[in-house]
Write a protein that binds this ligand. Structure first.
Ligand code: CS2
Ligand code: MN
Length: 352
C-alpha cells in the first residue's frame, strides 16, 4: 500500500508539508483546488503551483480528493453536459502532473454530515459526532445556520455558495428518486470513464457518509450490494472505489472486511479509520485502534494485505488531541498516530 496524507493547501491547512514529511512512510499528499467551485475546470497554473510545492518535499500528487461533481449532474439536468465537459478537461490536465486517482462522491447537496465537530471523549480529546435523533428531527436549514455562524465548522461540501442556495437545491431534489440518482450517475460515468481510461486515471467514488439518506435526500453508495451495482454501471478498472471504512462502518450491517475482500481489485484508494456506534444510531469517530471503536481495523488491513492491495491509503479523519487547533477531523497528531497503527499491522503481516 502507498501511504498518503490529505493536505488542504497553503494557507488553508494548519498542518504543514514539513510536518507531513516527518510522518513515517508518507509518499504523497492528497490534494485539491479547494477554491475552484464544482463544475469549473481547474486552471493549469494553480495545478502547477501545488506541484511545485509538493516537489520541494518529494511528495507525489497521485491522489486528488475531490474533483466535486456539479449538482446539475447529480440532478440530471440538461445543463449537466457543460459541467461534464469541464470535468473531462480537468481529468486531462491532472494527467499532465501525473495524477493516478481522482476521488469524488455522488451525495446530493451535502458531503459528510455530523451534528457536533468537537464531541468530548472520555480521554479529553474531541472528535466528530453524529447524533441520529438530532438529524432526524432537524430542519437542515437549522444545522446550516449553526454551521454558517461558526467558522470552525467548515466541512468539505458545505461551501458557502452552495449553502446559500439550499432552499433552491432542496426544491430541485424533491422528485429525484434513488433510481434517478443511479441513472444520473450512470450517465456521468459513461461520459467520464473513457476519458479516465485514455488519461490513465482511476475514478474512485467515495461512499456516502453516513451511509443512509439524510434530510430526505436519496443516497445510493451505502453498502456492499450497492457498491457491486455501482461497479457494474461501467465495468472498467478505471471505474473504481474509494473504500471508506468509517463511512460504511457507521452502519452495523456493513461488513467492511468482507467488502475489501470482494472489491479489492477495484479499490483505488482506501480511507481507513474507526468509529464507535451506539445502539440509538449515533456514532463518534475514535482513534484507529481496534477496540477503541466498533470496527476491527486489524481485520480490515489484513483483508487489504491478503488481497494484494497496491493502491493508496490515507488515515482519513482523526480526533483532535494535544490541544492543537485544526480543521475538524484533520489534525496532524491523531492522523499520524493512525498511520503508525496501520503500518504496524501491515509490517507485521509482511514480516511473517
Ligand atoms: C472525506 C469526504 O473528509 C472526509 O470525510 O472522506 O469528505 C470526501 O472527501 C468526499 O466525500 C469525497 O468526495
Ligand atoms: Mn472517507
Amino acid at each position: 500500500m502507498k501511504m498518503v496524507f490529505r493536505w488542504y493547501g497553503e494557507g488553508n491547512d494548519t498542518v504543514t508539508l514539513e510536518q507531513i514529511r516527518q510522518i513515517p512512510g508518507v509518499s504523497g499528499i492528497v490534494w485539491a483546488l479547494h477554491d475552484v467551485p464544482a463544475g469549473e475546470d481547474w486552471p493549469m497554473e494553480k495545478i502547477l503551483a501545488v506541484k511545485k510545492r509538493a516537489d520541494q518535499y518529494g511528495f507525489s500528487l497521485d491522489v486528488v480528493e475531490s474533483v466535486n461533481v456539479h449538482e446539475d449532474i447529480k440532478l440530471g439536468l440538461k445543463t449537466r453536459d457543460r459541467y461534464i465537459e469541464n470535468y473531462k478537461k480537468t481529468i486531462a490536465k491532472l494527467a499532465q502532473v501525473g495524477v493516478k486517482v481522482i476521488c469524488y462522491n455522488f451525495m446530493p447537496i451535502f458531503d459528510w454530515t455530523r451534528t457536533d465537530m468537537a464531541r468530548r471523549l472520555d480521554d479529553g480529546s474531541t472528535a466528530l459526532f453524529y447524533e441520529n435523533a438530532k438529524i432526524k428531527d432537524m430542519d437542515p436549514m437549522e444545522l446550516v445556520s449553526e454551521i454558517a455562524s461558526n467558522p470552525d465548522l467548515t466541512m468539505p461540501g458545505w461551501e458557502p455558495e452552495r449553502l446559500s442556495r439550499l432552499n433552491e437545491l432542496f426544491e430541485a431534489y424533491r422528485n429525484v428518486t434513488e433510481e434517478d440518482l443511479w441513472q444520473n450517475l450512470k450517465y456521468f460515468l459513461e461520459q467520464i470513464i473513457p476519458v479516465a481510461e485514455a488519461n490513465d486515471i482511476k475514478m474512485a467514488i467515495h461512499p456516502d457518509d453516513p451511509p443512509w439518506p439524510v434530510f430526505g435526500l436519496p443516497r445510493i453508495l451505502t453498502g456492499q450490494a450497492n457498491l457491486r451495482r455501482f461497479l457494474k454501471l461501467v465495468d472498467s478498472p478505471y471505474n473504481a472505489l474509494t473504500l471508506c471504512s468509517g463511512s460504511l462502518g457507521a452502519n452495523a450491517e456493513n461488513d467492511v472486511p468482507a467488502m475489501v475482500r470482494e472489491f479489492v481489485d477495484r479499490i483505488a484508494f482506501a480511507h481507513i479509520r474507526n468509529v464507535r456506534r451506539f445502539d440509538n444510531g449515533d456514532f463518534v469517530e475514535t482513534s484507529h485502534r481496534t477496540g477503541d471503536g466498533s470496527l476491527d481495523i486489524v481485520a480490515i488491513v489484513k483483508a487489504y494485505y491478503e488481497g494484494g492491495f497496491t493502491g493508496y491509503v490515507r488515515p482519513d479523519h482523526g480526533r483532535h488531541i494535544w490541544n492543537k487547533k485544526c480543521r475538524p477531523g484533520y489534525g496532524l497528531y491523531d492522523r499520524a498516530l493512525g498511520i503508525m497503527y496501520l503500518w504496524g499491522v501491515w509490517d507485521t503481516l509482511e514480516s511473517r
